[in-house]
Every structure is written in structure tokens, then in C-alpha cells.
Write a protein that binds this ligand. Structure first.
Ligand code: NI
Length: 138
């Protein structure tokens, strides 16, 4: 099989962390590890864009001191009520809130909801996890 070589630039610190992480996973070399990461990412993108029924969680961290942000997030969660089954809210400290939403629906729609929530100005961190439940939902 024909292969192509290409260069990747990154900070020495990031490369060191990468090398440490692939050593733990027993990769023979960086190329092998990078190929796996790329494959994994492509599969994920493909899957996230399909209309498969999935369940998952959307986790966000934000400061509740921005009243507008809280209103915006709540409004949007109501709009998406059919996909957002449940929400857990934890007051992390005086300012920060952690919210975990349990979601269920078609993967492309769930991804849209997650992207919109996570990209909302003022949301500090966000993460979507999805898993297939196998059979189609009724
Ligand atoms: Ni809170």
C-alpha cells in the first residue's frame, strides 16, 4: 500500500505528553498512534452525522452569574425538550455550575443540540457522549 509522509508541528510539551500517552498504550511509534487517532475520529464523525437512535449525555460548565446566559440555556433546553430527558444541576462553587443533560434521539440532532449548547457564549466547557442503544426507539 502506498503511504504519504507529512509533517506535523506542535509544541515540545504537547509532543512529550503525546509520547507518554502512546507509550502507555504500547504503540510501536507515533505514526501508528496518529493513524489510529485519525481512524477513530473519522468513525466518530461519520456516526455522529447519521440518523441512528442514540442515548447520551451533554455536560456543560458555566457561571450562573450571567443571568442572560442562564435564561438562554433554559430557553434552549425547553425548545429541545423532546430530546433532553433529564437535567442534573450541581452548584460547583459560588459561581460555577455543572449541568448534565441526559439526551435521547437521532444522533445528528443530538449533536446539533450539544454543539449549540457548548458553543453558547459563556459556557466554559462542554462535552457530548453518545452511545447506541441498538434497536430503534418506538
Ligand atoms: Ni448552579
Amino acid at each position: 500500500m502506498k503511504t504519504v509522509r507529512f509533517g506535523v508541528s506542535m509544541s515540545p510539551k504537547l509532543l512529550q505528553r503525546f509520547d507518554e500517552s502512546i507509550a502507555k498504550k504500547s504503540y510501536a511509534n507515533r505514526s501508528e498512534a496518529i493513524r489510529d487517532l485519525i481512524r477513530e475520529s473519522l468513525v466518530e464523525i461519520e456516526w455522529e452525522n447519521s440518523d441512528e437512535e442514540v442515548v447520551g449525555t451533554i455536560t456543560i460548565i458555566y457561571s450562573h452569574t450571567t443571568r442572560e446566559l442562564v435564561d438562554k440555556l433554559t430557553d434552549f433546553q425547553h425548545q429541545a425538550h423532546q430530546a433532553i430527558i433529564s437535567t442534573l444541576h450541581v452548584h460547583l462553587d459560588e459561581h460555577n455550575c455543572l449541568e448534565v443533560m441526559v439526551v435521547r434521539g437521532k444522533s445528528n440532532f443530538i449533536r446539533e443540540i450539544a454543539e449549540r449548547l457548548i458553543s453558547t457564549k459563556g459556557v466554559k466547557h462542554g462535552k457530548l457522549t453518545m452511545t447506541s442503544i441498538g434497536d430503534k426507539l418506538a
